[in-house]
Design a protein around this ligand. Structure first.
Ligand code: GLN
Length: 335
C-alpha cells in the first residue's frame, strides 16, 4: 500500500462515528494469559481407573468464562467434548433440591465434608452412611437415587434435561466412557450396596449406579460448563437462554457445598488459595463460580494426586487473582 493510501486509511480510521476495534476486555486478557502460561505445563496424569479416560489426549486445554450478562471469553480447546464426571454431581444436587427441597438433602444425604477421598468406603463406615455430602460418591449415589421419577429411565430423563437446561443445549453421553466405566464399576456398585444396607440409598442400588454412571458420562465442552457455572453465578438463571434453572435459594446451598467439598479432600486448600466455590471431575474439567460476576470452566485431562486437573486449578487460581474475584478479599470501607 502506498504511503498516501496508508495515511488516508489511518485518517479514516480515526474519524468519529466509524467502528473501531473494542479495547481488550480484562477477562479476555486474563483468560489468554493463563492459557499461554500453562499450555506447556506437563504435570499430572489422566485418570486411569476408568480405562477410556486414560486414552484422552492430555494436551487438550481450553478455558471459557461466561459473565452474568452473557459475555463469553474463550481460549484453546473449548469445543472439545469430554465426560462431565463429577461436575454432574452439582447438577444432580440442583435437581433434588428443586424437586424435594433443602431439608431432604440435609436429612437424607448430608452436607458435611468427609475429609476422605471421593470414593471412600471408610467414610461410609465412619457414620453408617450418614453425614455424607452430594459430591462424594456415596452421597452422590444417594442424591441420584433421590432424583424424581419412578423408574431408572424417568430419573435419567430428568438428569439429562436439567444438564441441558444448565448448559443451554441438547446433550448426549460419551458411549465409550460410559461402557468403560460400567464395565469397571465394582467400587461404585459396592458403595451403592453399602449405602443401601445402611438405609441411605433411596432407589435400587444397581439401577441407581447405572443412572449415576450415565450422568458422569454426559459429553460436554468447556464452553458448556462455563454456561453452567455462569448460571450458578447468576442466581440460577442461565445468562444465555434466560431460563431460570434453579431457584436463587438453592443456588446458595449448592455453592456452599461446592465451597466445602468441590475439590474432594483438597477443598480446604482450594478455598484457602482461590476462594471460589468450585467443582472438579476426573475427566479433567473444573468449574468455578464468582457469584454475581461470572462462571469459569477449564478442561485439561492430567490430574494431581487428589484427582483435580492441574492446569485447570492453576488457570482458575490466576484468573481469580487477576480479576480480584475472591469473595473473601477484604474490602474495608474508605475512612
Ligand atoms: N464417574 C466417576 C466415579 O464415580 C466420577 C468421579 C469423579 O469425577 N471424581 O468414579
Amino acid at each position: 500500500m502506498s504511503r498516501a493510501r496508508t495515511l488516508l486509511l489511518l485518517a479514516a480510521l480515526s474519524l468519529p462515528g466509524l467502528p473501531r476495534a473494542a479495547p481488550p476486555h480484562p477477562i479476555g486478557i486474563a483468560v489468554d494469559a493463563a492459557w499461554e502460561k500453562y499450555r506447556n505445563l506437563d504435570e499430572g496424569k489422566n485418570a486411569s481407573y476408568i480405562p477410556a479416560l486414560a486414552r484422552v489426549d492430555p494436551k487438550l486445554f481450553g478455558i471459557a468464562v461466561v459473565t452474568v450478562d452473557g459475555k463469553t471469553f474463550q481460549k484453546g480447546d473449548v469445543t472439545a467434548l469430554f465426560s462431565i464426571q463429577s461436575v454432574s454431581k452439582v447438577v444432580a444436587l440442583a435437581s433434588v433440591l428443586e424437586t424435594s427441597g433443602a431439608r431432604t438433602v440435609l436429612d437424607k444425604v448430608g452436607v458435611d465434608a468427609t475429609g476422605q477421598v471421593f470414593n471412600s468406603i471408610v467414610a461410609i463406615e465412619q457414620h453408617q452412611g450418614r453425614e455424607m455430602n452430594p459430591f462424594v460418591n456415596p452421597g452422590a449415589l444417594a442424591t441420584t437415587s433421590l432424583v424424581a421419577g419412578k423408574t431408572a429411565e424417568e430419573k435419567w430423563a430428568r438428569v439429562l434435561a436439567i444438564h441441558e437446561a444448565f448448559t443451554g443445549r441438547k446433550l448426549g453421553i460419551d458411549e465409550e466412557v460410559y461402557r468403560s466405566e460400567a464395565a469397571s464399576n465394582e467400587r461404585n456398585h459396592a458403595i451403592a450396596k453399602l449405602m443401601h444396607a445402611y438405609g441411605r440409598l433411596y432407589f435400587d442400588p444397581v439401577a441407581t449406579t447405572d443412572v449415576y454412571t450415565r450422568q458422569c458420562s454426559i459429553a460436554v465442552t468447556a464452553a458448556d460448563l462455563a454456561v453452567l457455572a455462569a448460571t450458578l453465578a447468576n442466581g440460577g438463571r442461565n445468562p444465555i437462554t434466560g431460563k431460570q434453572v434453579v431457584s436463587p435459594d438453592n443456588v446458595q446451598r449448592i455453592l456452599a457445598v461446592m465451597a466445602t467439598a468441590g475439590l474432594y479432600d483438597d477443598s480446604g486448600i482450594w478455598l484457602y488459595e482461590v476462594g471460589l466455590p468450585a467443582k472438579s471431575g476426573v475427566g479433567g474439567g473444573i468449574i468455578a463460580v464468582a457469584p454475581g460476576r461470572f462462571g469459569i470452566a477449564v478442561f485439561s485431562p492430567p490430574l494431581d494426586a487428589a484427582g483435580n486437573s492441574v492446569r485447570a486449578q492453576r488457570s482458575i487460581r490466576d484468573i481469580t487473582a487477576t480479576l480480584r474475584a475472591n469473595p473473601y478479599e477484604a474490602r474495608s470501607a474508605k475512612p
